[in-house]
Design a protein around this ligand. Structure first.
Ligand code: ADP
Length: 263
């Protein structure tokens, strides 16, 4: 493997003898690269709305500038940008919280059907005038053990993404049921679908298929990274199947040992 970064150190050992230490620092370099990339991304994401806000603040110095319809527009744009910054910071906090707890105890009882019930109401409200058609097919007796906050983050990100990427009046279905392998959640949308070359990169932080569109829908690009980490803490992983122009299914299966047995 030639893609390695080696660090070479020569130290004096005894009189006339030297010690040569070769250290493989490839992984360290890669981590450093990822970290600086992450900070560059966060800064960029925050800077864009801040620049817009700064522009309007400058304009507001002139009392003639932001009046009548101009003020209405400015107010709308500023609110939108602040909401965007707020949701980015909230997603960053969720991600850092999840990453900081790699060995969580999976011992909370999670009433997933109740969680999905609330999520269904939230999804309908988020859908609003898009009037998408929701089907929630939920095994009411299937409760699991795990970390409620993390699992909720994972499931809600998948459902909200389905709402964001599905056209008006189209169908979205959520299924929660027990398979031989364990409890399984499927979120199927009838949205844009995703081209195969993007699928394996979707859980990278800030990776978006269409940056402009994701920003328009208020996306931070961190949702699926959160899902990936939360699921990995539950010994599970995200599966993505998609057909361009037809829709996608995002799903995961939890290990069978996490089924909460009825008392
Ligand atoms: P975002 O905040 O941009 O939605 P995510 O991490 O949740 O960030 O998703 C990353 C990207 O994956 C999105 O920008 C979008 O391009 C794509 N994506 C996620 N969910 C769907 C979906 N249900 N249908 C089509 N594309 C999706």
């Amino acid at each position: 493997n030639y893609d390695r970064t080696l660090e070479l150190r020569i130290m004096r050992y005894t009189e006339g003898e030297y010690l040569m230490v070769v250290r493989d620092v490839s992984q360290l370099k890669q981590l450093e690269g990822m970290r600086s990339n992450f900070f560059a991304n966060v800064s960029h994401e925050l800077r864009t709305p801040m620049t817009v806000l700064q522009g309007y603040l400058e304009m507001s110095k002139d009392p003639e500038m932001l009046v009548g319809p101009m003020w209405d527009k400015a107010h709308g744009v500023m609110t939108e940008q602040l909401v965007r910054m707020n949701s980015l910071v909230a997603q960053l906090l969720t991600l850092s919280k999840i990453e900081a707890a790699p060995n969580i105890e999976l011992e909370e009882t999670i009433n997933v059907p109740a969680m999905l019930d609330i999520l269904e109401k939230e999804a309908i409200s988020l859908s609003g005038e898009k009037n998408q058609q929701f089907t929630f097919d939920v095994d009411k007796s299937l409760h699991v053990l795990g970390d409620a906050e993390q699992l909720r983050s994972a499931v809600s990100n998948l459902v909200y993404n389905a709402v964001k990427h599905t056209p008006d009046n189209a169908a979205i279905s959520v299924r929660w049921y027990l398979t031989a392998a364990g409890p399984r959640l499927e979120v199927t949308d009838s949205g844009d679908g995703i081209a195969p070359q993007h699928i394996h990169r979707l859980t990278e932080r800030f990776y978006r298929v269409d940056k402009a569109r994701s920003r328009e829908t208020g996306g931070s690009g961190l949702g699926l990274a959160i899902v990936k980490h939360a699921l990995s803490h539950h010994d599970s992983q995200l599966e993505i199947e998609s057909v361009l122009g037809e829709g996608s299914t995002f799903s995961f299966t939890l290990p069978r040992r996490l089924v909460k047995k009825a008392a």
